[in-house]
Write a protein that binds this ligand. Structure first.
Ligand code: SF4
Ligand code: SF4
Length: 187
């Protein structure tokens, strides 16, 4: 009795709830055919509507320009790595997903690294990353960007630790980040 009273007093979040009754089914209801036909009617109605699903991955939906996907570590126009291993992205990362080891650039490596210091090791744990984009915002060297690329699925957790081999863009396969560099205003 007390339970019923509590239920009655509960605030309704929508007006879609129905009171369930245990009344005996009528002959028509026992046949189930009207209910089946009505269900099939709903199915047929949807068959002639424009489909909202896509045949991914063959077909992909256009992403928002501000979509934040897989990271890239950028190179400059001369192909040198921009990252100077300052660690600001790691400090800004709320998920503590970024780790790196800094190293001094040696003589003769000026064509590889733009600054005197560079990241000998740079790793992002993609299982920790929440794609917030704070690493990109914190970077003073135009070195890290989130792109519209999707992080591929993997079977092993270790494969989600992305190192420089995955993150640094290839010299002959540059990743276009012009969309991310634009400034957007929210109406
Ligand atoms: S996107 Fe956010 S969570 Fe992911 S590595 Fe960058 S700062 Fe960390
Ligand atoms: S990606 Fe940018 S913020 Fe992070 S260590 Fe490199 S230069 Fe510093």
């Amino acid at each position: 009795m007390q339970r019923l009273q509590i239920k009655k007093d509960m605030m309704q979040l929508t007006n879609r709830s129905k009171v369930v009754s245990n009344k005996e089914m009528s002959f028509k209801e026992k046949l189930y055919i009207p209910a089946i036909l009505s269900g099939m009617g709903v199915t047929f109605k949807h068959m002639f509507k424009k489909s909202v699903s896509l045949r991914y991955p063959e077909v992909t939906r256009e992403f928002s320009p501000v979509y934040r996907g897989m990271h890239v570590l950028k190179r400059d126009e001369q192909g040198r790595e921009n990252c100077t291993a300052c660690g600001l992205c790691a400090v800004a990362c709320p998920a503590e997903a970024i780790t790196m080891d800094a190293a001094e650039r040696n003589k003769g490596e000026e064509n590889l690294y733009r600054e005197e210091k560079y990241a000998a090791k740079y790793e992002i744990n993609m299982l920790r990353c929440i794609f917030c984009g704070l690493c990109e915002e914190a970077c003073p060297k135009d070195a890290i960007y989130l792109t519209d690329r999707i992080v591929p699925t993997e079977y092993k957790r270790n494969n989600f630790i992305y190192g420089k081999d995955v993150l640094v863009e290839k010299i002959d396969e540059r990743i276009d980040i012009t969309k991310r560099k634009k400034e957007y205003t929210i109406d």
